[in-house]
Design a protein around this ligand. Structure first.
Ligand code: GAR
Length: 213
């Protein structure tokens, strides 16, 4: 069977950001848009947490926000179906997971195949899951970092777009390492979104190629 090839669209796209907390990656992406570095707009900021500071930040920036209460749905698939419906209604081209702490169903992942990015605070495929800065310290790795990847049905395992490495220092705590990684997250996530809407991301199987401008 011929290998499936996806090339990201070159257009002024519409983004939905999904977050559950602080929202610093959301702000980094939105700042890059406001600075004219990314040709896109934020059509929706979505959360499963009503009090997420990132939602408040989005409202303060005049963006449309939506909180969906997971308790109102019988199961995760029902929740994700409504989330997909809300995103589709707004004609969104790319979903950016930015600290969205809810595992997506296969349904959601299929609906947005090649149209959903995630940021993870480790060098995947090492340390998927949660508390990964502490896991990196405990394992004794000398470098950790951040990964932007396309979302696939296997959690934290989709095709990698950009990674950035940071050293793990001898006196690092979970927090000091997380802070150092976050600086890189704020650099590479907007960059990945920019490349997406510049039509420069080409996905061939597991590999993502960055096309010449
Ligand atoms: C970021 O460090 C992000 O990489 C991580 O949550 C934090 C969200 O921060 N995401 C994950 O761990 C997903 N597995 P933010 O709300 O300030 O962007």
């Amino acid at each position: 069977m011929a290998e499936e090839v996806f090339v990201s669209p070159r257009k002024a796209g519409r983004i939905a950001v999904f977050l559950s907390g602080r929202g610093s990656n959301f702000r980094a992406i939105h700042d890059a848009i406001l600075e004219g570095k990314i040709c896109a707009s934020v059509a929706l900021v979505f959360s499963n947490v009503e009090t997420a500071p990132g939602l408040l930040a989005a409202r303060e920036r005049g963006l449309e926000t939506l909180y969906l209460n997971p308790k109102l749905f019988p199961d995760r698939e029902g929740y994700d179906k409504e989330a997909v419906r809300q995103v589709r209604k707004r004609d969104v081209d790319l979903v950016c997971l930015a600290g969205y702490m809810r595992i997506l169903t296969p349904y959601f992942c299929r609906e947005f195949k090649h149209h959903c990015l995630n940021i993870h605070p480790a060098l995947l495929p090492s340390f998927p899951g949660l508390h990964v800065q502490q896991k990196a310290i405990d394992w004794g790795v000398k470098f950790s970092g951040a990964t932007v990847h396309f979302v696939s049905e296997d959690v934290d395992m989709g095709p990698i777009v950009i990674q950035a490495a940071v050293p793990v220092l001898q006196d690092d705590t979970e927090h000091s390492l997380a802070d150092r990684i976050l600086v890189e997250e704020h650099r590479i996530y907007p960059e990945a979104v920019r490349l997406f809407f510049d039509g420069r991301l080409e996905v061939r199987g597991r590999r993502v190629f960055i096309r010449e401008a």
